[in-house]
Design a protein around this ligand. Structure first.
Ligand SMILES: [Zn+2]
Length: 180
């Protein structure tokens, strides 16, 4: 995998999200934030995450979706259960994934991070294909960006968020990342 100069990863399916804007000028991208998501939670394989990130979710399709009305969110990347990679926002732009957040005392993590969503739920193990894809993606990002840290959404917004949750195997991911 390789990050092209336009901030899009070759090999990802690109679906443009309007939920992004410019990073503050001169901001180094130093943090990778790992998330998990499924809509409704625990149901995999549909297009609802893609719809949420493109503001096209049919709010009548599931009772859970009513609570998402008006939400304007995105992530740079989404890793499906089979490892397929979708990109919504070029890396140079600011995606809206972390919300109110802080990492090592620095607030507004969206300014200086890349957000990756794994298709999943807090109580379900992630797939081997997802670990492989996430590690490959992280390596491609490391090769192109001054990344220094990887954090969970629950690390940067501990009062609000639990993802990617206890099922995410950090040692497994970090050893894959190191074995490049
Ligand atoms: Zn999250």
């Amino acid at each position: 995998m390789r990050l092209a100069p336009d901030g899009v990863v070759a090999g990802a399916r690109f679906v443009a999200s309007p939920n992004c804007d410019d990073r503050p000028p001169g901001t180094a991208i130093s943090l990778l934030v790992v998330h998990s998501i499924s809509l409704p939670p625990g149901r995999f394989g549909g297009d609802s995450v893609e719809r949420l990130f493109t503001n096209t979710l049919d709010e009548s399709a599931d009772p859970y979706f009513a609570g998402l009305r008006g939400l304007k969110v995105s992530a740079h990347f989404f890793v499906r259960r089979d490892g397929a990679l979708v990109q919504f926002v070029p890396v140079g732009r600011r995606a809206w994934h972390a919300g109110a957040s802080a990492w090592r005392g620095r607030e507004r993590c969206n300014d200086f991070s890349v957000g990756v969503e794994l298709e999943g739920a807090d109580d379900r193990p992630f797939e081997a294909a997802q670990y492989r894809r996430l590690a490959g993606l992280a390596r491609a990002l490391q090769a192109a960006l001054p990344l220094t840290d990887v954090a969970a959404h629950s690390d940067v917004a501990p009062a609000r968020k639990t993802d990617p949750g206890p099922s995410f195997d950090w040692p497994r991911f970090l050893s894959l990342l190191a074995s490049a």
